[in-house]
Write a protein that binds this ligand. Structure first.
Ligand code: TMP
Length: 253
């Protein structure tokens, strides 16, 4: 069989050409990185968990009319997605102060935000994904004014959906990052939620205990990352109820 064409390899995923034009196969690696890849590890099972969790969230979003790039999961580590042109922005929504906003503004971690705060970072690893304003985005032509209105609406709808899904299983959605892609349909372009939504790209705190169930477990050496992600998957019904903390996940189809 011919080898698939690799389009791009990032820190957590590899993209291959899809079976049909306009499609891409997204492969989830077990690699975990933090602080712009200064810290790296291989966490067995992470790729399969993120593949399944991202499928779960993207399918839910598609179901409520929030367009995403997700088409279908192919196997344990791969999903088929629509090819899109990624807008070079990390779109962050914060409900509770954590991470960089705390150091930047001197806010204590855990302080609720008066309302969801949306931030934009310019996607450039060499620069460390710097925070930018809508002025920069417009002036440098990364997105139009109309795009920015659509991106804000998408980000807030994702926040509402994800907050509700998490609250239902006793988890607080503290913050998250999404990426937005452009897809072309004839003469029109549409913006869709792309990349992934997983505990790699969210902060998730257990409401009762405050336990962190996201990549901060790895960033801050707080324990076993696969255990934390397994807990999220199990609560959402993505893993069988009685399954033991895993190194090799047993995933429900
Ligand atoms: P921050 O507090 O470090 O700015 O992160 C905000 C959110 O974005 C948090 O949920 C983690 C996520 N994130 C990523 O998905 N990728 C990144 O490279 C960084 C820095 C944060």
């Amino acid at each position: 069989m011919a080898r698939r064409t690799k389009i791009y390899e990032g820190k957590a995923k590899i993209l291959y050409e899809g079976p049909e034009p306009g499609t891409i196969v997204q492969y989830f690696k077990d690699d975990a990185t933090a602080f712009n890849a200064e810290k790296m590890a291989v966490i067995e099972g992470k790729g399969a968990l993120n593949n399944r969790l991202s499928e779960y969230f993207m399918t839910g979003l598609n179901g409520i009319g929030v367009p995403t790039h997700f088409i279908k999961r192919l196997n344990m580590r791969e999903q088929l997605v629509r090819q899109c042109e990624i807008i070079p922005l990390e779109v962050i929504v914060r409900n509770v102060a954590a991470g960089s906003i705390c150091t930047r503004l001197g806010i204590e971690e855990g302080t609720p935000m008066p309302r969801p705060i949306v931030e934009y970072c310019y996607k450039d690893d060499a620069l460390g994904d710097p925070l930018v304003t809508e002025e920069h985005i417009a002036a440098f032509g990364w997105a139009s004014q109309q795009d920015m209105e659509d991106i804000l609406a998408l980000a807030l709808r994702v926040n509402d959906f994800m907050s509700g899904v998490m609250l239902a299983v006793g988890i607080k959605l503290v913050d998250f990052k999404i990426e937005i892609g452009r897809v072309y349909e004839g003469d029109f372009q549409r913006l869709v939620v792309a990349d992934e939504i997983s505990p790699d790209s969210c902060r998730l705190w257990d409401i009762e205990s405050g336990r962190k169930l996201d990549k901060d477990v790895f960033r801050r050496d707080l324990g076993d990352l696969a255990d934390a992600y397994t807990e999220v998957a199990r609560r959402l019904g993505v893993l069988p109820k009685g399954s033991t903390p895993m190194t090799k996940p047993t995933l429900i189809n």
